[in-house]
Design a protein around this ligand. Structure first.
Ligand SMILES: NC(=O)C1=CN([C@@H]2O[C@H](COP(=O)(O)OP(=O)(O)OC[C@H]3O[C@@H](n4cnc5c(N)ncnc54)[C@H](OP(=O)(O)O)[C@@H]3O)[C@@H](O)[C@H]2O)C=CC1
Ligand SMILES: CC(=O)N[C@@H](CCC(=O)OP(=O)(O)O)C(=O)O
Length: 360
């Protein structure tokens, strides 16, 4: 404990272990990546080691002072987020605020697998990027959502991966089967309720316990939220036509979880739609279409990489209703990142990831 290059056992066999670094280790996404890596079979058998852990202003402090739940790494001292500290690793996770990834990425070796939890390389359209992020576009990387049609192939062997935003993960997966099958009009409405860890750990007055507890509020309404173009990009690509997206995020007084309610005009029956969803996700290890009559809840997916989905039709309104729950920190960030790492490195995709939530 306390040295760089920790592993759960002595290195397996004669092969060099996979060396992983993490920038942004004091943050929520970083902490969750480490929690998952500590339970990963490759870490436990010594074939993956956890190398440099870095932060911004908190460089020089111990990991345990930020994440007391990560006991095996508690004594590790966080380094500076710079190329000297992050180079020499096989995999580098970036859990940094938007706009910090490109400068680091361009200095790391081409062969390093870089998995960016930020938004910097998610969007393909520079105009969209500039409109929503108000800065120059860094480019686009393979998108870390293997469950989208064709998504998995782009990640196998990839050395640059953009992990999706948490709202785009849950909303895209809730709507993808219907959009792919063409059984809804390309006009979707999403209202998604998120826990506060989605907003990161940096202190902000509107995230104080006193402001958040006992109150639920919408924000980023009227197409203003930066995840609108990301969801549109995902759904339009699989629809083969422009999909209009109305997205309203809602902040709820809970630490983790997102519940997204997604609707779109349809003339299909509930049975037809259920058949499409069950077929689309039959072989997906993390996406579960719930039995008829059962609805998703965030409490059932906390700490897991699962996506639980219920689909039905509001026949009176002529709308498909798809409701999905994820843990924003797991499938919505760190779980998606580890799943992407597994695919990139040729490890079993589900390694280190559970579908079993922590409840109640
Ligand atoms: N939270 C979530 O549910 C999701 C987050 N993401 C994305 O993941 C990334 C990390 O998010 P999250 O963990 O929530 O954010 P946090 O604010 O919790 O953590 C940010 C981390 O980045 C470090 N950092 C901040 N500024 C700098 C800097 N200028 N240079 C170096 N390090 C810096 C912080 O270090 P220090 O403690 O020293 O300030 C901290 O370790 C973001 O891009 C976010 O959008 C993506 C999907 C969902
Ligand atoms: C509750 C909350 O504030 N959530 C964040 C989204 C979290 C996420 O997915 O983040 P990135 O796109 O930033 O990576 C928000 O709405 O800005």
């Amino acid at each position: 404990m306390g040295t760089s290059g920790d592993s759960g056992a002595s290195a397996a066999g004669n092969r060099s272990p996979i060396k992983v670094a993490l920038a942004g280790a004091s943050g929520y996404a970083g902490g969750e990546i480490l929690r998952l890596l500590l339970g990963h079979p490759a870490y436990r058998d010594g074939s993956l080691v956890i190398g440099a852990l870095t932060a911004g202003g908190n460089a020089g402090t111990t990991l345990g002072s930020h994440h007391p739940h990560l006991l095996p790494l508690a004594d590790r001292v966080l380094g500076q987020t710079d190329i000297e500290t992050l180079s020499g690793h096989d995999v580098v996770f970036l859990g940094l605020p938007h706009g910090n990834s490109a400068e680091i990425a361009e200095q790391l070796a081409e062969s390093t697998v870089i998995i960016d939890c930020g938004a910097d390389f998610r969007l393909t359209d520079s105009d969209d990027w500039e409109k929503y992020y108000k800065s120059p576009h860094a480019g686009s990387w393979p998108y870390g959502l293997p469950e989208l049609p064709g998504g998995r192939d782009k990640l196998v062997g990839a050395t640059r991966i953009a992990v999706p935003g948490c709202y785009p993960t849950v909303s895209s997966l809730a709507l993808a089967p219907a959009v792919t099958a063409g059984i809804v009009e390309p006009r979707v409405t999403i209202v998604a309720v998120s826990g506060t860890t989605g907003a990161g750990r940096a202190p902000k007055a509107d995230l104080l316990g006193s402001e958040v507890m006992g109150s639920v509020r919408a924000y980023g309404v009227g197409g203003a939220h930066r995840h609108t173009p990301e969801i549109k990009q995902n759904l339009s690509a699989i629809a083969g036509t422009d999909v209009t997206v109305s997205f309203t995020p809602v902040l709820a007084p809970m630490p983790r979880g997102i519940l997204a309610t997604c609707t779109a005009p349809t003339t299909a029956s509930a049975d037809e739609i259920r058949t499409v969803y069950e077929k689309a996700y039959a072989d997906e290890p993390f996406v579960h279409v719930l039995p008829e009559g059962q609805l998703p809840q965030t409490g059932a997916v906390v700490g897991s990489n699962a996506v639980q989905i219920a689909v039905t039709v509001d026949a009176d309104a002529g709308l498909l209703v798809a409701i999905a729950a994820i843990d924003n920190l797991t499938k919505g960030t760190a779980g998606g990142a580890v799943q992407s790492m597994n695919l990139a490195l040729g490890l079993p995709e589900t390694d280190g990831l559970s579908t079993v939530g922590v409840a109640p």
